[in-house]
Design a protein around this ligand. Structure first.
Ligand SMILES: [Zn+2]
Ligand SMILES: [Zn+2]
Length: 388
């Protein structure tokens, strides 16, 4: 590299990052080369992301109104559904079907989440499933630490380009590639829409005590920042916090708290066991609002072909739960010997419960299990789907 070239390098790095704010596919050295770089925060590229967080401080000047606050809460959940029900369960895993127009409308809805384009999101997520908690996993808390898995990875230059070769089923649609390439269009339109709505309400509904700037701060900046961190909890916390029903090769976990925050994505261990199902809460007691909403959407005809959890996987989970209850009873008798009767009663009760549920699901009876000898073993029924 000549002297003049090296002197121009900082300028080139900055100008490239600025162009990438608007054209996510702009990569003078080629996206492949960018992806091979070591992890390094691209501060200029991240300026819009930093502005998103700093914009929350605008509340100091705009104040709050009940209407603006409830809009922020409502938009958090409406757009969390877009992350989970659209970017995740449709674009990443194709767990249901829709028309081409329906797909485009879903992509627009997904764009309001300000989490880049649908193809970029699906590419990274599919990569996560292929390499969960391995060195290649871009956001494993076990490999890179909590903060990198939560927020750092998204700032790294190597993670900005989309690897279109991994989402060929989606690159067939030029309208999706367009939204993915110019991924700032929908977020900017959404932000302007919030400002415009607030401005109109300020003029025509003064009783709501809101205005354009206040709606921009609450409806866009605050709601979107919370949405980002709520979503990121799955990358960071869902591989650290909760219980492991299935012995997947990663460290994914099931958590009711995360299920509330993310409308059902907290059943992450279930999902890593079988990623092709529309529901992440495999059983009726595992709350999964995204699934309920998708079920509701299927009644309108906008989407169809929701995919069920195979009975073999459900049976595998029931056996694992049975083993966990036996192990818990066994531990209780060791801590409290006076409860030794539990040791005999609880496994029997759990076995009866599992047999009843299996019968209700029409599952073939499973071979008897040595309840004390194999308390930590999970049996994998023949024909079970491959690990996700
Ligand atoms: Zn995961
Ligand atoms: Zn997934």
């Amino acid at each position: 590299m000549s002297l003049s070239q090296s002197a121009l390098r900082p300028f080139r790095v900055v100008s490239t990052a600025v162009v990438q704010w608007f054209d996510a596919d702009y990569a003078p050295q080629g996206p492949e080369k960018m992806r091979q770089e070591p992890d390094r925060v691209d501060w200029v590229r991240c300026i819009p992301f930093i502005i998103l967080h700093l914009g929350c401080l605008g509340v100091i000047w705009t104040g709050a109104s009940p209407f603006a606050v409830w809009m922020a809460v409502g938009l958090y959940f409406v757009r969390m559904f877009a992350v989970t029900g659209i970017y995740h369960r449709y674009f990443s895993h194709k767990t249901y079907s829709t028309s081409r127009l329906g797909q485009f409308l879903l992509a627009l809805w997904g764009g309001t989440t300000v989490q880049r384009g649908p193809l970029w999101w699906a590419y990274h997520h599919r990569h996560h499933h292929q390499h969960s908690d391995e060195a290649e996993d871009a956001h494993s808390p076990h490999v890179h630490g909590f903060w990198w898995s939560h927020i750092g990875w998204i700032t790294s230059r190597r993670n900005f380009p989309t690897d279109y070769s991994t989402v060929r089923d989606l690159t067939k649609f030029p309208e999706l590639v367009f939204l993915n390439r110019f991924d700032a269009i929908v977020p900017l339109a959404f932000a302007f829409g919030m400002f415009g709505l607030g401005h109109l309400l300020g003029a025509h509904a003064p009783g709501l005590h809101t205005n354009g700037w206040q709606m921009l701060v609450w409806g866009f900046f605050i709601s979107t920042t919370f949405l980002f961190h709520g979503t990121s909890c799955i990358n960071s916390m869902a591989h650290l916090m909760g219980k492991r029903r299935f012995k997947t090769e990663d460290d994914s976990r099931n958590s009711l708290i995360l299920a509330f925050i993310t409308l059902g994505e907290g059943w992450h261990n279930n999902h890593h066991r079988y990623m092709s199902a529309t529901r992440n809460g495999f059983y009726w007691w595992e709350i999964d609002p995204t699934y309920y909403a998708l079920k509701g959407l299927s009644w309108t005809g906008l989407i169809w072909g929701l995919k069920a959890v195979p009975k073999t996987v459900l049976a595998e989970g029931e056996i694992a739960d049975h083993h966990a209850s036996v192990a818990a009873a066994h531990r209780a008798t060791q801590v409290h010997p006076e409860y030794a009767t539990l040791r005999r009663v609880v496994p029997a009760a759990a076995a009866i419960a599992v047999a009843t549920v299996n019968a209700a699901h029409g599952v073939k009876p499973l071979p008897p299990i040595g309840v004390h000898a194999q308390v930590t073993e999970t049996q994998k029924p023949a024909g079970a789907s491959p690990e996700s």
